[in-house]
Design a protein around this ligand. Structure first.
Ligand code: MF3
Ligand code: CO
Length: 259
């Protein structure tokens, strides 16, 4: 499948959708503290998305015969991605919380995520968050016109594994635009010089999912939540990036809200 190239109008609309997704994500960060529930974060996210005239791309998202039941994905500790918010899930000191916000606005999708600490976390988990964030930065740096998708993958994998962590295989980054998932797939593992060539005007969601323990994951009985098989913590950082002749541009940058 060929990778969609966005024109000027598409890029302008991607900028807007991504700015909204990033602004909502950033606004949730200070709410993460011991004692709140993941449902509290869901409701705040849902209301913020609506306040920008956008819609959640997660709500009602169909996978097989299931529809995702929430507006946000909130994954705690050993949960990797697609955690369903719940009023029963109370955050505790030392937890890590992965927040994933995907919005539709004016026909385009913005997708971003990060993992934040809840209270004080251990040095090992602190390192997991830092390495995953840096792996995303290194991957983005490879999203250069003339490179190949595998250059992004290889950079992420090499950095993660050299730090003693493992890369999730079952889920991958992806093109994003008029749909949440467009070509290409962007694995967080692979070989330099392989895959599609990067051209200007691609919008790519690059999203390392990194486990402190083994790479293996499983899907929980709710049909959505993906967690590590060994129960060790997992982190997730994601940006939507525009490729340009001048290099990669991160589109999911929060905007200060007008006073
Ligand atoms: N960022 C996630 C992804 O790209 C969002 C999934 S929404 C859900 O897969 F509905 F599938 F949870
Ligand atoms: Co994504």
């Amino acid at each position: 499948m060929t990778i969609p190239i966005k024109n000027k109008d598409g890029i302008a609309k991607m900028r807007e959708a991504c700015a909204i997704a990033a602004t909502v994500l950033e606004a949730l960060k200070p709410l993460v503290r011991p004692g709140i529930t993941t449902q509290d974060l869901e409701e705040a996210g849902r209301d913020l998305i609506a306040s920008y005239g956008a819609r959640s791309a997660c709500y009602g998202y169909q996978h097989g015969s299931r529809r995702y039941p929430a507006h946000t994905c909130i994954s705690v500790n050993d949960e990797v991605v697609h955690g369903i918010p719940s009023f029963r899930r109370i955050l505790r000191d030392g937890d890590i919380v992965s927040l994933d916000i995907v919005v539709w606005h004016d026909g385009y999708v913005g997708d971003n995520a990060f993992t934040v600490p809840c209270g004080a976390i251990s040095p090992a988990v602190e390192k997991l968050l830092r390495v995953t964030r840096e792996a995303l930065e290194l991957g983005i740096r490879q999203a250069v016109v003339g490179n190949r998708i595998g250059d992004i993958s290889a950079a992420i994998q090499a950095y993660v594994e050299s730090n003693g962590f493992s890369v999730v295989r079952e889920m991958v980054g992806h093109g994003v635009g008029v749909a949440m998932h467009e070509p290409p797939e962007i694995p967080n593992f692979g070989r330099k010089g392989t895959g599609d060539k990067i051209k200007p005007g691609m919008t790519l969601a690059i999203e390392p999912m990194v486990n402190l323990g083994g790479a293996k994951t499983k899907t929980l009985a709710d049909g959505w939540t993906v967690s590590t098989s060994d129960g060790a913590p997992s982190a997730h950082f994601e940006h939507t990036v525009l490729t340009t002749e001048r290099g990669p541009e991160i589109l999911t940058i929060p905007r200060p809200r007008a006073a």
